[in-house]
Design a protein around this ligand. Structure first.
Ligand code: HEC
Length: 241
């Protein structure tokens, strides 16, 4: 018995350990029921991210059906290049070219909010800062020596790193400060990044929109069944006494 208790405690041990060290994450506060936010996120993703990243498990028409996007807006706003509605959301860049141009593998982002987290992606998109030693002139607090340019730099503007000294007295980047605003105000930029994060969270598990709706009907059905079962029981047992 005691072994069983210890074993079951060990099972939960990982959950009790403090999370891995790293810069603090900002809360994304996404709302997967906000269809307009998901629609905007999809549009931003196709326009600003799909030149490099794919969503290789997602089809355009699935996305349109889930997010309430009609055929005309799908064709006008979302189809990338000469893609057709039934195609997977892949881009035309060949993996070898990506590797050559960026020196790193450009990851597919279908599952990124699951292997990182929505808060991580949100914070990452807000954490690019100027660093002249890097090939694209930027670095990232959450992803040191990142191989991605700041795809939204024109919109956000330019950020400077803020340093603190670590235990050994070495300077390390702790946060960022906006020094030159881009085309969007900080509030507008946050909203945009939140929409992209919400869209990617949906893309990582499209069924979650469906699951909640379905769960409601399942419970309704069970409640209904309970009433019928109750009266049937009464009927069956009424002569047994
Ligand atoms: C010019 C090409 C390019 C564009 C445009 C681009 N990215 Fe990237 N992205 C990259 C590359 C390359 C990496 C890999 C970085 C590395 O491994 O150092 C990356 C990495 C990432 C990661 C980290 C993935 C991980 O966990 O390792 C996320 C998240 C991400 N990109 C999101 C986005 C989003 C959202 C957009 C659109 C707003 C975008 N990217 C636009 C090239 C790009």
């Amino acid at each position: 018995m005691r072994k069983l208790i210890i074993a079951s405690l060990l099972l939960f041990a990982p959950a009790m350990l403090p999370a891995a060290e790293g810069p603090p994450l900002q809360k994304a506060h996404i709302d997967l029921h906000d269809q307009a936010s998901l629609q905007r996120g999809a549009k931003y993703f196709v326009n600003y991210c799909m030149g490099c990243h794919s969503l290789q498990y997602m089809r355009y028409n699935r996305l349109a059906a889930d997010l309430g996007i009609d055929e005309i807006s799908l064709r006008e706003n979302l189809l990338f290049g000469d893609a057709k509605p039934g195609d997977l959301m892949e881009n035309a860049m060949r993996p070898e070219d990506k590797l050559k141009w960026f020196g790193v593998v450009v990851p597919d982002l279908t599952l990124v909010t699951r292997w990182r987290s929505p808060d991580w992606v949100y914070t990452y998109l807000k954490s690019f800062y100027l660093d002249p030693t890097r090939p694209f002139g930027v670095n990232n607090v959450l992803f040191p020596l990142v191989g991605m340019p700041h795809a939204l730099g024109d919109l956000q503007g330019q950020q400077e790193p803020e340093f603190v000294k670590d235990a050994a007295g070495k300077p390390m980047v702790e946060g960022v400060k906006l020094i030159k605003q881009g085309l969007l105000s900080p509030k507008e930029y946050d909203a945009m990044v939140r929409d992209i994060t919400a869209f990617l969270t949906y893309a990582g598990e499209p069924i979650q929109l469906e699951r909640q709706r379905l769960g409601f009907y399942v419970l309704l059905f069970l409640a209904f069944l309970f009433v019928i079962a109750y009266y049937m029981k009464k009927e069956f047992w009424k002569d047994v006494h």
